[in-house]
Unconditional design. Structure first.
Length: 371
């Protein structure tokens, strides 16, 4: 018997997140072995008069391709997939891999080539900018292990998070979006962090289930050369199959001039991918009430209640500060008391303390008001 929560998720993805219209081409891109959600999505897209297309793949196969493929092969692969993406109106990406470290130990030059030759043109330039898209994970035992709970409990957590009333959350986000749009100076203070930058005239974008599931953030970007100071992130992050912990950046005139972590050498190799990788492309505040602790999965971790992320690399078109890079790496700092606390100031006014919004117009974004 099909889990009714799965059907509800498919309805939300097709009807709310990407709002499929008659005649639209929709690519369902599944990494992993889950099939039931894919079938639900195909059925829902068909009900709305859309045309579903399905691609399935596996991280272990991708690893073999990257280890053995030539640049010419990756270029042809990118050309073929780019042509397909250009024919799509919408995209649903489902990630259900069994091992988050599957791409670990691939040589950095090969990962850099893959990011630049394939990921950047196909996804960052075409899919992100020119389709309606949504990305989500699918619960499995590997994700439950990362969250330090059993699989059944993780499934309950997953559906609570993913089937949240995002339309209600969207209304609560509007005052934060408006505040960010009229803010100039931002200051972030936490243990090991004292960071200042401007977001003047950059704009803000709310994220309420139309691009990521789970969701719950409002993002902007710093004026490219305005970032000064130090930030120390307190959540682990997986990039290209490698886990990084205790990441710390020091900025001068917007550029990362010092970078340290549990793997400082590999960290600096990522930041040396291109010129834009040492500048910041996104600043965001996260507030999903159901997500409280990191699990080395960016789609969840960047939405943690009382968190922020400060992202080296490519800026989004909606909040464009001019930074260009094949890297876009969402790194998370949690400011709730159990993670050391912290403050966020907009134009010298305290707007969030220890993970809770403290000015009246933003209080609807505190956890008790979103559940």
């Amino acid at each position: 018997m099909r889990d009714p929560r799965l059907k509800k998720l498919a309805e939300n993805l097709v009807g709310y997140s990407i709002d499929v219209q008659p005649g639209e081409n929709v690519l369902i891109d599944m990494i992993g072995s889950e099939r039931e959600l894919v079938k639900c999505l195909v059925e829902e897209i068909g009900k709305r008069g859309g045309r579903p297309f399905v691609e399935t793949s596996d991280r272990s196969v991708l690893r073999s391709l990257l280890m053995n493929g030539s640049k010419e092969q990756i270029e042809l692969w990118a050309q073929l997939d780019l042509n397909r993406m250009k024919a799509m109106d919408a995209y649903i990406g489902i990630r259900a891999g069994e091992n988050v470290n599957e791409l670990a130990n691939i040589p950095e030059d090969k990962m850099r080539m893959y990011q630049q030759v394939y990921v950047h043109p196909v996804h960052m330039e075409q899919r992100v900018k020119k389709t309606k898209w949504v990305i989500l994970r699918y619960p499995n035992s590997s994700m439950a292990q990362l969250a330090n709970i059993n699989t059944e409990a993780f499934e309950d957590f997953y559906f609570d998070v993913c089937n949240l009333d995002y339309a209600k959350m969207e209304q609560a986000m509007l005052p934060l979006k408006a505040l960010m749009e009229r803010t100039d100076k931002v200051r972030i203070v936490s243990p090991g962090t004292d960071l200042r930058f401007s977001i003047k005239n950059i704009g803000a974008k709310l994220c309420s289930g139309h691009r990521n599931i789970p969701d719950g953030e409002v993002f902007s970007a710093p004026v490219r050369d305005s970032v000064e100071g130090t930030i120390t992130y307190n959540t682990p992050s997986v990039y290209s199959g490698v886990t990084f912990e205790n990441i710390s950046f020091t900025f001068e005139k917007g550029r990362i001039v010092k970078a340290e972590s549990s793997n400082t050498k590999r960290l600096n190799e990522v930041l040396d991918t291109d010129e834009g990788a040492r500048y910041i492309g996104e600043f965001s505040l996260g507030f999903n009430p159901h997500i409280l602790h990191p699990m080395k999965d960016t789609l969840f971790d960047e939405k943690i209640a009382g968190s922020l992320h400060f992202t080296p690399g490519q800026a989004y078109e909606e909040t464009d500060n001019g930074n260009r890079s094949s890297v876009h790496w969402d790194l998370v700092l949690i400011q709730r008391p159990e993670y050391g606390g912290g403050e966020v100031y907009f134009d010298d006014v305290l707007i969030r303390k220890d993970g809770r919004f403290v000015i009246p117009e933003l209080e609807p974004l505190n956890p008790e008001n979103l559940t």
